[in-house]
Design a protein around this ligand. Structure first.
Ligand code: MOS
Length: 770
């Protein structure tokens, strides 16, 4: 990078998918239709745990317009899943949560399909259920999956009964650390179930062709994973499943896994007609892939000056009835719980638990907000108790360049101190207790850039422009515009000269998918490799035309340049089409996992993070003295993005992530009572509106990563990690009330103030050394 001014990368250019989206012309999966298409609807269980003793579809079948009805009896019993293959498409004799699919109907209209669902007769025999994850861990708890040991699972996860995965990270001797500590603090924090809140429901259209191949148009984030998982469920070789992604109206992790595609696939196969299945808001809140509720206990021993001497923590992740990504989420929670801090002695354990509630998934920075809420709330509680400034306590323990991470991996490009200092300066930290009812809070974290492989093809078009063919989908982040900026930069062309093809698993190269803050990073890297290959091919054509060696050639202004010779890319494209079938290049990359110390980790699928990013959030808020209502005055994010490929879209990610974080912190919760969702609608599930969100100020730090394109780091997930802790810390300053359960509703603050009108100090357990 040094001394080189980028023309396209790093610029605030408009996104390639922007015009279609703002004008309403973009075709999303929810818009997609085929001629003669039927509509599918799902019958869902009203019981949390029950045996199905009778299932009669006779009346529903007799309804005019009904074409197909499927129950578990009509299809092979195949279990699918991410960590564990524990989930059947339709309940196989037993339901495990309210909302679980029992039968699927395809009819000529959505209304007829819905009416048919109501005509299916089911009798149940209730079974004992367990809803609380700690109760599910107790001896003698009812097993959500009595046959758990027969399921296929990734071998890394340690399973036992209701535990779908147990893992740990640690080093040193925590008990010795506690023994020498000046004080030891133990706290418990809980977080709630929250929905990703994408605007477009999950939707899929499936159609079978004459060869017995199925094509599925769907809004998945992971078309290649979808292809494999669907092949499993449809009992087909993967080569017979083709996944095409028209457009996605937001994903946030909620569209990673099979959700409606398998219903569409099986219904279309039986009906011999294309079938579309799309969720309602109620279905989204009953049976989607929301963020798991967690219980975090954290015991921390410190020296008099606040130095972290020992930490012991446990995260219990309530996965609901099917494990999905819960075991991996419990594992990733451990790095977040470690925080960007040096800790002399450490033992952190993650436990993923089955309960009789809806299945869960990976929502933007899985485990991030809940683990960070615990660690960053506790830092403030300890600092207050020791009479230390919480900013100083963070800076005093923060990672330094070259330190080891929790798994013993070497850390590079460590910018946490800079992020903290700049966030504190921006919010006016010196005046963090401005007066009654107002306070400022800070929280920091680190986060991974997910690895996995990416492949791209770059094809030259007759006019000398190029098409980027990537297996990664644009989920609304602008990440593919970012990758295209890298490509344009490398080829000496403009962003407008790059078009991005839709993803079709039949023709686009493999990509690990739009997940884990990896898309611009990984596809950008693949673009650099493909650009180098295309340059070589272009130079060879110019060399043969000019009868000179390629030495010294470069691409500039849409042309090959050598001294005062110049040949446009359009001319090269024309030559290549006539003589060589056109030019196409391939770029493929894999991000390596850093080396780590295997003795420090147990049953952890992702022990060391590649190219981690660092970030700090600071908030200034006021709390209504009577109602407990929180108003955010200012919100500042300082995020190390390594290299800002397109600052506008990074700011967009920050604003969106903070907004989701504010929702999780103050208002959002899928409320369960006795296994039933009480608020399965978007009126009572309270996402923030434009009126609730303050202006969010973004400060981008650019401390280059070792592996990213031009030093970029992943940016998409981090912004939703810190809001719970930053806001909780500011509320504690403003009111003296420390809420340790999310969401921090006005009611909780107001009631806590009634309980302890004079309390201004957080409670803590104080153990003197020895
Ligand atoms: Mo993300 S939760 O990896 O889409």
């Amino acid at each position: 990078m040094s001394g080189y001014q980028h023309r396209v990368a790093g610029q605030r250019l408009s996104r390639l998918d922007g015009v279609g989206k703002v004008t309403g012309r973009h075709v999303y999966a929810a818009d997609f239709a085929l001629p003669g298409m039927l509509f599918g609807k799902i019958l869902r269980s009203p019981h949390a745990h029950a045996r199905i003793v009778r299932l009669d579809t006779t009346k529903a079948r007799a309804l005019p317009g009904v074409r197909t009805i499927l129950t578990a009896r009509d299809i092979p019993i195949i279990r699918f899943g991410t960590a564990i293959k524990d989930r059947p498409m339709l309940a196989d004799g037993e339901v495990r949560f309210v909302g679980e699919a029992i039968a699927a109907v395809a009819a000529t209209t959505m209304e007829i399909a819905a009416r048919a669902i109501g005509l299916i007769e089911v009798e149940y025999e209730a079974l004992p259920a367990v809803f609380d994850p700690e109760a599910a861990l107790a001896d003698g708890a009812p097993l959500v999956h009595p046959q758990w040991s027969t399921y296929q699972a990734l071998p890394v996860f340690a399973r036992d009964g209701n535990v779908s995965g147990r893992c740990s990270i640690g080093h040193g001797d925590v008990e010795a650390g506690f023994a020498e500590a000046y004080r030891v603090y133990e706290h418990r924090f809980t977080s709630q179930l929250v929905h990703p809140g994408y605007t477009e429901p999950r939707a899929a259209v499936a159609s079978w062709d004459g060869n017995g191949d199925v094509i599925v148009w769907t809004n998945t984030q992971l078309p290649f994973d979808m292809k494999n998982m669907l092949a499993d469920v449809l009992d087909l070789p993967a080569s017979k499943v083709r996944v095409i992604v028209p457009g996605i109206g937001g994903g946030f992790g909620g569209k990673l896994r099979v959700g409606v595609e398998h219903f569409a696939g099986w219904l279309a196969r039986k009906a011999r007609r294309p079938v579309k299945v799309m969720t309602t808001s109620e279905e989204e809140l009953l049976d989607a892939y929301p963020r798991q509720p967690t219980i975090v206990t954290l015991k921390t021993g410190v020296a008099r000056d606040g130095t972290l001497l020992a930490r012991k923590g446990q995260v219990i992740v309530d996965c609901g009835a099917y494990a999905n990504s819960g075991p991996a989420t419990a594992a990733v929670a451990l790095q977040v719980l470690n925080g960007p801090y040096r800790t002399a002695n450490l033992f952190l354990e993650g436990v993923a638990v089955y309960t009789n509630k809806g299945a869960t998934g990976s929502f933007r920075a899985p485990a991030g907000p809940m683990a960070n809420f615990a660690v960053e709330s506790q830092i403030d509680m300890i600092a207050d108790d020791l009479g230390i400034d919480p900013l100083d306590m963070r800076l005093g323990n923060a990672f330094h360049e070259g330190d080891s991470g929790p798994a013993g991996e070497k850390l590079a490009s460590v910018s946490i101190a800079e992020c903290l200092t700049r966030a504190a300066d921006a919010i006016g930290w010196k005046d963090r207790k401005p007066g009654r009812g107002r306070g400022k809070g800070i929280a920091c974290s680190w986060w991974m850039t997910t690895g996995g492989s990416s492949g791209v093809y770059v094809k030259i078009n007759p006019e000398g422009t190029v098409t980027l063919i990537s297996g990664a989908v644009e989920i609304g982040t602008g990440a593919l515009t970012g990758a295209a900026q890298i490509l344009a930069e490398e080829l000496g062309i403009d962003l407008a000269d790059v078009s991005v093809a839709d993803v079709d698993t039949e023709s686009t190269p493999f990509d690990y998918g739009a997940q884990g803050s990896r898309t611009a990073f990984s596809v950008g890297n693949a673009c650099r490799v493909a650009a180098a290959d295309l340059r070589r091919q272009v130079f060879e054509i110019a060399a043969s035309q000019w009868q000179v060696p390629v030495d010294g050639m470069r691409l500039d202004g849409k042309a090959v340049v050598l001294g005062n010779r110049r040949m446009t890319l359009a001319d090269i494209a024309a030559l290549s089409l006539r003589a060589g079938g056109g030019l196409i290049s391939h770029g493929a990359v894999i991000q390596p996992m850093p080396t780590f110390d295997p003795a420090r980790v147990r049953n952890h699928p992702l022990p060391a993070w590649t190219s981690p990013s660092y970030h700090a959030h600071a908030v200034d808020l006021s709390v209504d003295q009577v109602t407990g209502e929180v108003s955010i005055n200012r919100y500042v994010v300082v995020q190390d993005v390594g290299y800002a490929i397109n600052p506008t879209y990074i700011e967009g990610q920050i604003e969106g992530g903070v907004t989701q974080g504010i929702g999780q912190t103050l208002s959002e919760e899928i409320v369960y009572q006795d296994g039933r969702v009480l608020n399965a609608n978007l009126t009572d599930y309270k996402m923030p509106t434009a009126m609730d969100v303050p202006r969010i100020e973004s400060i981008l730090v650019q401390s280059p990563s070792v592996n990213g394109p031009y030093g970029a780091k992943g940016v998409g997930e981090p912004p939703c990690i810190q809001p719970p802790a930053a806001i909780a810390n500011a509320i504690a300053v403003a009111t003296g009330v420390r809420v340790q359960t999310l969401p921090i509703t006005a009611e909780k603050i107001a009631l806590a103030r009634l309980d302890e009108p004079r309390s201004s100090q957080p409670k803590s357990r104080r153990d003197e050394p020895g």
